[in-house]
Design a protein around this ligand. Structure first.
Ligand code: NAD
Length: 260
């Protein structure tokens, strides 16, 4: 279904981004990976994906906190694949602290990576989508784009911003074959969440399994983690013709978190 489409997934060296990149490549898309990590491990992932899916998979190490590097990332994707048809804004970080103790540099970093990067990639990718007359923009927001939790001021502000930005871009592209939507996952067991589980276990003096159970039972009625594979399947669906009139949606995939 996605053969001949050029996809860029930011923050795809791990976790959700890698799950989405894998699903898009399995669907036939050429994929530009992006993110940080051990170069040898990233190269293994890149080569493995290309081999497994029979598509072209490239990697660009751009830091999406830096608009100039986003310009290079979009240009590199367009140069490698002839365009940018699918943009998945996924790179993200977390920091947890009460608002009066929240380090200003952590606020700035979260807003830059989790929110402003989406603006810059969209701004630069849209002309490529318009040129080829088709596009899909998928922003990975969060349940925290819909509701809040304490101690996550920057993250919640950024993710609510992502949902707002998604709606604006969807309206501006409404009469075109380009759609823009947000996916709002609940808890997914990735390095970003593992760190929060480890912190909780340390602070409370409990085992990691107990911290995991507490994390889920506090927010996620299904008591099960969402998986990167489920989010990848949703992204592939959003790229299908069946999803052509889903525009400006914030799709909760959260085990019931935001239904409460
Ligand atoms: P992760 O830590 O496993 O992956 C984050 C990815 O972003 C990595 O590839 C990392 O290298 C990359 N990255 C970080 N800073 C970057 C930068 N400045 N430039 C380029 N790449 C950068 O995290 P994850 O849990 O897979 O999170 C992915 C996205 O999903 C984030 O936007 C996160 O907010 C969102 N999310 C995660 C959960 C969850 O429960 N894990 C829930 C809701 C939303």
């Amino acid at each position: 279904m996605l053969r001949g489409r050029a996809a860029l997934v930011t923050g795809s060296t791990s976790g959700i981004g890698l799950g989405i990149a894998r699903a898009l490549a399995a669907g036939g898309a050429d994929v530009m990976l992006n993110g940080f990590g051990d170069p040898a491990e990233i190269e293994r992932t890149r080569a493995g994906l290309a081999e497994e899916c029979g598509t072209t998979v490239r990697f660009c190490a751009a830091d999406v906190a830096k608009p100039a590097e986003i310009t290079l990332l979009i240009a590199e994707t367009a140069r490698a694949f002839g365009g940018v048809d699918i943009l998945v804004n996924n790179a993200g970080i977390q920091h947890v602290a009460p608002v009066e103790d929240f380090a200003p540099d952590r606020w700035d970093a979260i807003i830059a990576i989790n929110l402003s990067a989406n603006f810059h990639t969209i701004r630069e990718a849209l002309p490529h989508m318009k040129r080829r007359g088709w596009g899909r923009i998928i922003n990975i927001a969060s349940a925290h784009g819909i509701v809040a939790s304490p101690y996550k001021a920057a993250y919640v502000a950024a993710k609510h911003g992502v949902v707002g930005l998604t709606k604006v871009v969807a309206l501006e592209t409404a009469t075109t074959a380009i759609t823009c939507n947000a996916i709002c996952p609940g808890w997914v067991l990735t390095p970003l969440v593992q760190k929060q589980i480890d912190d909780l276990a340390r602070e409370e003096g409990i085992a990691a399994a107990e911290a995991e159970r507490r994390l889920l039972s506090e927010k996620q009625p299904s008591l099960a983690f969402v998986t990167p594979e489920q989010l990848g399947a949703c992204a592939v669906f959003l790229c299908s013709e069946g999803a052509a009139q889903i525009r400006g949606a914030a799709l909760a995939i959260d085990g019931g978190w935001t239904a409460q």
